[in-house]
Design a protein around this ligand. Sequence first.
Ligand SMILES: [Zn+2]
Length: 229
Amino acid sequence: MSAPIIASVGENGTNIKADVIVVQTLLNSAGAKLKADGDCGSKTIQAIQLFQKVFMAMPDGRVDVNGSTWTKLLEGKLKIKNLVITPKPLILLPQVCGLGYYTYSPTKNQYGTKDTINAIQQVCLQFKIKWPGVEVGIGDISFQSGALMPPHKSHRAGIHVDVRPLRTDKKNKPITITDTAYSRAMTKALVECFQSHANYKSVLFNDKEIKGTKFYSGHHNHLHVSFKA
Ligand SMILES: [Zn+2]
């Protein structure tokens, strides 16, 4: 018998270790071949998605407490059909000038899926046309290996990108929304560029005046932009 989980597991989940082990164990019963180590990496998320594909049109990669995925896992009737779990290879964000962005985290932290890297470049070029002379600061994305990148819980599958809010003085420096040099107008325009991209999924950011962003503890000095997997 499986212990119930106390919080969500998977993509953007709470991912408490004991819960992850329970979900990994149930996924293995459904045919996945995961190490039940409590570490919710890209393989576990893909296994959740593959399991969901059996009964769900739009797998979200997450097992919610008492949600349909949890119920089906616990029932133990459905089996994963396609067992091939191949994490998408991650490529490096080109470390170059002149494309509308600069980087503010180590090179080893800036790997993303091809689609995500393309989206970052397209959005930054689009923004560069609207606001010449302003560069967008790109921070942590993922490690090439997809390994855990503390303090982040996500940032493993190459689809989450930290981005600096923009400054009225256009300097390539840190900024928080309470600083006088914070530019709501430019940051709002940047968020809109991200939101209009076909691969855009969500933004966590704490300036409540910018529509379509979600408040999340710690996100007063960066935007956490997520793209579709
Ligand atoms: Zn982030």
